[in-house]
Design a binder for this molecule. Structure first.
Ligand code: 8YV
Length: 312
């Protein structure tokens, strides 16, 4: 008998095809078919999630046989960790393989927003070039970059920014042993010393609203905010207000509080660059993530050591 698995995420076909071959696989039945889910729920032994999908206490309470949650993504803040821990449920994620892509997109957003690539593109396509040159932008190389969260992704951003001659500093829960970059004890102190503030911290309750009105005020009217972590780390209404009032200069955002819904105020602004949570979204990386998410399920059901369990 194949183990029964429920996906709570919108996963790529190259993963769902493999899951269908190896498991009794059910794709988001909990959200699609209440009657079918009632029959299915007691049999579900594992859940496949993603960086965006939610595994709530309420859902877990309907799935008494679940022992593993395999997250297709590095961030597992969508899982109710307290409820999972109470039940002794193991969680796995897909670290490392997506680090480069996320750091690449962070640099892309920095350059896109500072050099106004999207507005310049519209200027050209709109036939305005003949009227005169496009307005002057903000230089990236040599600027001061502040990183909130110097973990795997934050460090990869720092390495790239180093190559741009940027002056890097960071904040984290504590100074990172061995790091030579200047440490600031909190986001306000960091923001007041940088031109670009990049969020690369974990999501979840401990970082909710960390980038608040005060931090944005400290970043100042010439500062830019970049977020490739989780929408929840930024107080979104405070960000909209700061952009509107010119208290910061611009923002590059890949993540939002209520995805896929993006505040209309942000969508209407030219000084922001918005991408739909694509930081790990390359074929190469998503395939590597699929291998790990699948490998963790296989390991679990064949009694092998898990590839990438998250610490509990
Ligand atoms: C993905 C992510 O968007 O890794 C994460 O935490 O949020 C992203 O890599 C996601 O997990 C794929 O759906």
């Amino acid at each position: 008998m194949k183990p029964t698995i429920l996906s709570v995420a919108n996963l790529p076909n190259f993963l769902t095809d493999r899951l269908r071959d190896s498991f009794d696989f059910h794709d988001r039945t909990h959200a699609r078919d209440t009657a079918a889910f009632k029959t299915l729920a007691p049999k579900v032994q594992a859940i496949v999630g993603s960086g965006e999908a939610k595994v709530t206490r309420e859902l877990l309470s309907q799935l008494p046989a679940v022992k593993l949650i395999s997250v297709f993504g590095v961030g597992y803040d969508g899982v109710d960790l307290v409820a999972a821990r109470e039940r002794g449920i193991t969680i796995t994620n897909t670290p490392d393989v997506l680090t480069d892509d996320v750091a690449d997109l962070a640099m892309g957003l920095i350059i896109a927003v500072a050099r106004e690539i999207l507005a310049a593109d519209s200027y050209l396509r709109g036939g305005h070039w003949a009227e005169g040159p496009f307005r002057l932008a903000r230089k990236v190389s040599g600027a001061r970059l502040g990183i909130i969260g110097l973990g795997r992704i934050g460090s990869a951003i720092a390495r790239r920014a180093d190559a741009f001659g940027m002056k890097i500093s960071y904040t984290d829960r504590a100074p990172i042993a061995g790091s030579t970059y200047p440490f600031h004890p909190n986001p306000v102190a960091l923001a007041s010393n940088v031109d670009f503030l990049v969020v690369a911290a974990y999501g979840g309750p401990t970082t909710r609203g960390l980038v608040n009105a005060q931090v944005l005020e400290a970043l100042g009217p010439e500062g830019y905010l970049i977020n490739v972590a989780r929408g929840s780390v930024v107080d979104e209404p405070a960000l909209v207000a700061a952009l509107r009032a010119g208290r910061i200069r611009g923002a590059g955002l890949d993540v939002f509080v209520d995805e896929p819904n993006v505040p209309a105020d942000l969508v209407a602004m030219e000084k922001v660059v918005l991408t739909p949570h694509i930081a790990s979204g390359t074929l190469q990386t998503r395939k590597a993530m699929a291998d790990i998410a699948f490998g963790n399920l296989q390991a679990h059901f064949t009694g092998q050591p898990l590839l990438t369990p998250v610490p509990n």
